[in-house]
Design a protein around this ligand. Structure first.
Ligand code: SF4
Length: 366
């Protein structure tokens, strides 16, 4: 298939593997920030093509995995209300809240719809004027422009029965939080190509300089990831640390100015809780005052006031996995008590979650 096969070329992968081995002189830890890249690495065995001196650390770049428990519980509460149509991407339905998940609420009669775009939610609001339609806005910078557009259009068209439960998070503050941790072992980053397609990569230059780590904007196909690792190693081995773009077929330094404009119009930067990690300053997006009437947390404040989030699995180590301190197979529940059918933690639910990727492609250790 054109534009896909060339990025899965076995001979080219072997060549990159050889080049990487030739230039690697010592141990290096490289983190791929995005769950899509983790999926690719585990699925295609990219880590197996690397010399043993290189350790790939899986980062927290799965938005489903980092959505805080209180927001999941808020989603469960809102979705179970009469006269509410609750819209969500499909991968949120199995994420465990304190007592249950959205799939269970749906089985009990909650009107939960899987949609492919927030604009589908807006259409449902127009078609059902007697219902409150709530869209669960989860995602990194990649999904934010469509969410912003839905709210913008709702405001323009005076659609008042539409609102958002917002859990949008931002990648650069997460990278800074990881690098600022005293436990940090990461020496180089593969940043997420799709995020930078929207936002560009100007923000990454000062981070690379401040912390002295190479950051390579990288795509998701096997050759992309191998080339990203190669570029990162070239910098590491020569003592350089700057931001570099591997994903040139999609990413430009400035990003997509129209997408950024609609994001800026609707959202402002706020602190955000990351499940398993904690609060990271300026790492999320919240609705601006001008669009506050579309905030489901405000609209359903009374119903949500009794929420008492307390889900803690005593064996789930997803926080340590998402910070790159442990691998899924270090969890005693991996593949036993915790499977994609019966997940104990979010990283086993999402296809971008590290636990799910290891379960699907490597149900053995490593
Ligand atoms: S395998 Fe399951 S229980 Fe273990 S860390 Fe992953 S999600 Fe949590």
């Amino acid at each position: 298939m054109k534009f896909i096969d060339e990025y899965r070329d076995t001979n080219l992968a072997q060549k990159y593997s050889k080049r990487i081995t030739q230039i690697t002189t010592r141990d290096w830890n490289i983190m791929e920030i995005c769950g899509g890249q983790t999926h690719s690495i585990v699925k295609y065995g990219i880590d197996k093509l690397l010399p043993s001196k290189i350790t790939l650390i899986h980062g927290p770049g799965c938005p489903v995995c980092v959505t805080p428990i209180r927001l999941i519980d808020s989603a469960l509460k809102i979705a179970s209300l009469r006269d509410v149509i609750f819209c969500s991407f499909g991968d949120m339905l199995r994420v465990p809240g304190t007592d249950e998940d959205l799939l269970t609420v749906k089985a009990k009669g909650g009107d939960i719809r899987i949609v492919y775009s927030p604009l589908d939610g807006l259409r449902l609001a127009e078609e059902n004027p007697n219902k409150q339609v709530v869209f669960f806005a989860v995602g990194f910078e990649t999904t934010t422009p469509a969410t912003a557009m839905a709210v913008y259009q709702a405001a323009q068209r005076a659609i008042t029965n539409f609102s958002l439960l917002v859990s949008h998070v931002l990648v650069p503050p997460a990278i800074e939080a990881i690098l600022g941790s005293p436990k940090c072992q990461v020496q180089g980053f593969l940043a997420a190509g799709h995020v930078c397609t929207v936002m560009g990569y100007e923000e990454y230059h000062p981070i690379a300089h401040k912390y002295g780590v190479p950051i390579v904007i990288t795509g998701f196909e096997p050759i992309d990831v191998l080339q990203g690792i190669y570029l990162c190693l070239q910098q590491l081995e020569s003592g350089q640390a700057h931001c570099e773009n591997q994903y040139i077929r999609s990413v430009e330094q400035q990003g997509n100015s129209i997408a950024k404009q609609i994001i800026r119009e609707v959202f402002e930067v706020v602190p955000r809780q990351w499940r398993g990690i904690g609060e990271i300053n300026r790492s999320g997006l919240g609705l601006r005052e001008k669009y506050a009437s579309f905030d489901a947390l405000e609209r359903f404040a009374e119903e949500l006031s009794s929420i008492n989030s307390s889900y803690i699995s005593s064996i789930c180590i997803s926080g340590e996995i998402m910070q790159g301190c442990k691998k899924p197979y270090h969890c005693s529940a991996f593949g036993k008590e915790c499977t994609p059918e019966r997940p104990l933690g979010a990283p086993m639910v999402s296809s971008e979650g590290a636990c799910s990727a290891y379960y699907r492609y490597r149900s053995y250790q490593g």
